[in-house]
Design a protein around this ligand. Structure first.
Ligand SMILES: [Ca+2]
Length: 242
């Protein structure tokens, strides 16, 4: 077997390239066994910066954050329009107060009436219509009687009808003393008048009285209930009215 055939059998591929018919001397010798692989080389240098990548898909929505701090107060707004008038409300504290005052007034009235009853039972007071009369059995002149009754919130007893005259007479009889009345003679009018200047339109003069002709300025009640004009400096019983 010639060399060309051996080449074709053993190394056909190499021989086809190397052992050309026109240059048979170039196929001399058998190629050696491939050497062992070399060690891995050092990492290559970094490559050039690549082009920007495409935008990725939108991420999931995060949870709501904590509330922020309260901001500063805003400017004052315009006044609103008046609303429609509402329905009338229930009766408020005034009514309950009136009710409480009414109860208190009723209690006080009851107590006053009770005290009046006690005083009348002991003949300390006499009642005629809306008037109350009281006396303590003293003996003073007219001016002192005026002051005494004024000091206790009343005035000297001034009978304006028969019932009031009888009420005063009861004290005259009880203390067996004459009493001054709240009636005096007026030099201006020449008439007997009340303390407010009004003429006395009710009188109960005794026989031939008044006979002082303006010189007896005061009026006293006798034990028979009749009146007599008299000086104002007598010591008489003080009877006050309220
Ligand atoms: Ca007289």
């Amino acid at each position: 077997m010639n060399f060309q055939i051996q080449c074709a059998l053993v190394f056909s591929a190499l021989c086809v390239r190397i052992c050309l018919p026109q240059k048979p001397d170039m196929c001399a010798g058998v190629p050696g066994i491939p050497g062992t692989p070399g060690q891995m080389g050092l990492p290559g240098r970094d490559g050039q910066k690549g082009k920007p990548g495409l935008q990725g898909p939108q991420g999931l929505r995060g949870s709501q954050g904590l509330s922020g701090r309260e901001g500063p107060a805003g400017p004052k707004g315009e006044p609103g329009k008046s609303g429609e008038k509402g329905p009338k409300g229930d009766t408020g504290p005034a009514a309950s107060m009136d009710h409480e005052l009414h109860i208190r007034l009723s209690e006080l009235t009851h107590r006053v009436i009770s005290l009046e009853g006690v005083l009348r039972l002991e003949n300390q007071i006499q009642k005629a219509g809306q008037k109350l009369f009281a006396a303590i059995g003293n003996q003073v002149d007219f001016n002192q009687s005026l002051a005494l009754c004024y000091d206790v919130g009343g005035r000297v007893a001034t009978p304006k009808n028969k019932a009031e005259n009888i009420a005063i007479l009861n004290f005259v009889k009880k203390y067996k003393r004459y009493a001054y009345l709240g009636i005096t003679h007026s030099e201006t009018t020449g008439l007997f008048q009340y303390s407010d200047g009004m003429p006395a339109n009710y009188t109960n003069w005794g026989e031939n009285e008044p006979n002082g002709n303006g010189k007896e300025k005061c009026v006293e009640m006798h034990k028979n209930g009749f009146w007599n004009d008299k000086d104002c400096n007598q010591n008489h019983l003080t009877v006050c009215e309220f």
